[in-house]
Write a protein that binds this ligand. Structure first.
Ligand code: M6R
Length: 591
């Protein structure tokens, strides 16, 4: 979504630091950017449409004078992508500027009232109401900043985090269902949506609770809880490695992260993950629900299949955005396994809250151990795969699958032939799949650049991979792609297939093999171009992508790799930026 940063420290010029912080958090939203600094008692704002580097070049953001300031990268929710709607937003008198992440649900009624009282709005955003309400209490009623913040938080409804800079040098922020973290160093204080915003300067973080207000003033911070009492929140030391994300020799983060998978796949087993406790919860639960969004939902779907097939455990899997509608039937003795790379996805947090209210235990699988989801869980397992900057989830998907395989291994009383954890060969296997890189590039380059539709067929444990591949192709290459459970083909989708269609079949030589061959015959006879991904060749395939031999149940871990690479190269072929797909953000913190 959006990223926000506030800085108050020793520097004479805050702007370069703000710009750098925004670059680190740009994955959260990247349609426009802006900063505000306080210089000789005046608040200066500079902002515009585009990525941070672009706007910095055009507007000379980093030259804005002033020692303290705030900054923002935007992912538009209310109001189009234009300079006026970019943050920060001024109050009428320009004595306050504000940056916001989230949604103010009642902004229309507030705006009407404020306009009636003479406030002039300059943008179409919901966020701007915050600046005007701050103005009302701070300037008109002369309230203290604490009371001003309290009143604003009482008036606005929704899920939000915002940070404001006042002309008296105070920076204040509030957290309601969107992340906001204080960074504490000897020389500076930060208020940020992500530790990446300040990790270059300090690894000491205070994760604000819901309803908290934080005020940075005279090199000190004060936190007020929901009852507006001063409260001490613990300082957490976060891992420096979280911040070490560089592209290295790769052109994009996305392809770098795809190639990292041979290393990151074993990372969950290097973290202090307590699999036994996690599995105990699962073993004693009356019901197991699995939930997640996007890629994390797809890994959950595979988790359900593996649990059923190998651990003989029944579970239900729901997309988090839909789970809330089933929460009435979540029983007290059940367990919800919530999967989320960021641990901040609003749909996931919302559905988990509902299940928790019903008495369910929450187990989560996250990449960010300090995330909201991890903190509200009874037990969590960390992917430990380092920062995933590309908006498309790749190495986090692999990490999620590794954790799910290991859970299934434990719950099946270790009856699978081997655990993924001990499977050093798995690393070689993944490396061999990564070696397909050039072949995949060539295959993609042979495609018509106007390719409109791609279908991916799979059965059983390959079906979630078909869904994941279609999600990757859509989001990276903007091509319509559909993952289809191959058995469903004859029940409708076959009507879509013609000579223009490209169909990818996921076809390792397991129990699904013969049925997939039958489906492939059916689509072949309709003239479609067939890409077979398998360990066995077939004359039916126009292109054969050969997978290395392995245990059959491990194929999902391997077959996703050529498909991730294919999505990446489809984006490159169309000259798109795979790291920052249009309209998307890495972390979807609004519902
Ligand atoms: O951080 P999360 O795993 O909760 O994110 C969930 C989805 O938003 C995410 O997987 C999204 O679908 C990816 N961009 C897909 O590549």
């Amino acid at each position: 979504m959006c990223s926000i940063i506030g800085y108050s420290g020793k520097l004479t010029f805050a702007a370069p630091l703000l710009v750098e912080s925004l670059k680190k958090m740009e994955y959260r939203g990247y349609d426009s950017v802006g900063i505000a600094t306080l210089n000789n008692g005046s608040i200066l704002v500079s902002k515009g449409v585009g990525k941070v580097t672009e706007v910095d070049q055009n507007m000379q953001l980093n030259k804005l004078p002033g020692a303290i300031g705030i900054g923002h990268t935007r992912w538009a929710t209310h109001g189009g992508v234009n300079d006026k709607n970019a943050h920060p937003h001024y109050s009428c008198t320009s004595r306050i500027a504000v940056v916001h992440n989230g949604i103010i649900e009642n902004y229309e009624e507030l705006k009407i009232k404020l306009e009636r009282d003479g406030h002039a709005f300059k943008s179409q955003t919901d966020s701007e109401v915050i600046a005007h309400i701050l103005e009302k209490y701070y300037e008109k009623y002369n309230f203290s900043i604490r009371d001003t913040m309290t009143h604003v938080c009482e008036e606005i409804r929704g899920s939000f985090a915002f940070v404001a800079v006042f002309d008296n040098g105070v920076i204040a922020g509030a957290r309601f269902d969107e992340p906001l973290i204080i960074g504490v160093s000897q020389d500076a204080l930060f208020l940020s949506s992500d530790v990446l915003g300040f990790l270059k300067y300090t690894d000491k973080a205070i994760f604000l609770d819901n309803g908290d207000i934080a005020i940075l003033e005279n090199k000190k911070y004060t936190i007020f809880d929901n009852n507006r009492k001063i409260i001490t929140r613990p300082i957490t030391q976060v891992a420096w490695e979280l911040g070490s994300a560089e592209k290295g020799k790769f052109a994009h983060y996305t392809i770098k992260e795809i190639h990292e998978q041979s290393d990151t796949l074993l990372k969950p087993f290097e973290a202090s993950n307590d699999f036994e406790t996690f599995c105990k919860f699962l073993n004693t639960a009356s019901n197991i629900y699995i939930t997640g969004s996007g890629t994390s939902y797809n890994s959950g779907l595979l988790g359900k299949l593996l649990l059923s097939k190998y651990a003989k455990k029944k579970s239900e899997v729901y997309m988090s955005s839909e789970f809330q509608y089933f929460s009435d039937t979540v029983e007290p003795n059940s367990v919800v396994v919530a999967i989320s790379q960021s641990g901040e996805t609003a749909d996931v947090l919302h559905s988990v809250k509902r299940a928790k209210e019903n008495g369910a235990k929450i187990l989560s699988i996250v990449n960010i151990p300090t995330s909201s989801l991890a903190r509200m869980s009874d037990s969590f397992l960390s992917l430990n795969c380092g920062p995933e900057i590309g908006v498309a989830a790749t190495k986090s998907f692999m990490g999620q699958l590794m954790i799910l395989y290991n859970i299934v291994f434990i719950l099946s009383n270790r009856s699978l032939r081997f655990s993924v954890k001990d499977q050093k060969n798995l690393q070689n296997l993944v490396k061999r799949a990564l070696d397909l890189n050039d072949k995949i590039k060539d295959v993609v380059n042979s495609f018509d650049t106007n390719l409109k539709d791609i279908y991916i067929l799979g059965r059983s444990i390959h079906y979630p991979i078909a869904l994941e591949a279609s999600l990757k192709i859509k989001e990276l290459a903007y091509i319509h792609a559909e993952g289809i459970a191959a058995g469903e083909l004859k029940h409708g989708p076959l009507a879509l297939i013609d000579k223009e269609s490209v169909v990818i079949v996921l076809n390792p030589n397991d129990e699904t093999y013969q049925d997939i061959i039958s489906s492939t015959n059916e689509i072949k006879s309709r003239g479609a171009f067939i890409i077979g991904i398998s360990n066995l060749p077939s004359d039916l395939y126009d292109v054969f992508i050969e997978l290395p031999e392995t245990e059959l149940y491990l194929y999902p871990l391997v077959e996703i790799i050529p498909l991730q690479m294919m999505s990446y190269y489809l984006a490159i072929q169309k000259q798109l930026d795979p790291d920052y797909p249009r309209n998307l953000a890495k972390s979807v913190t609004v519902k």
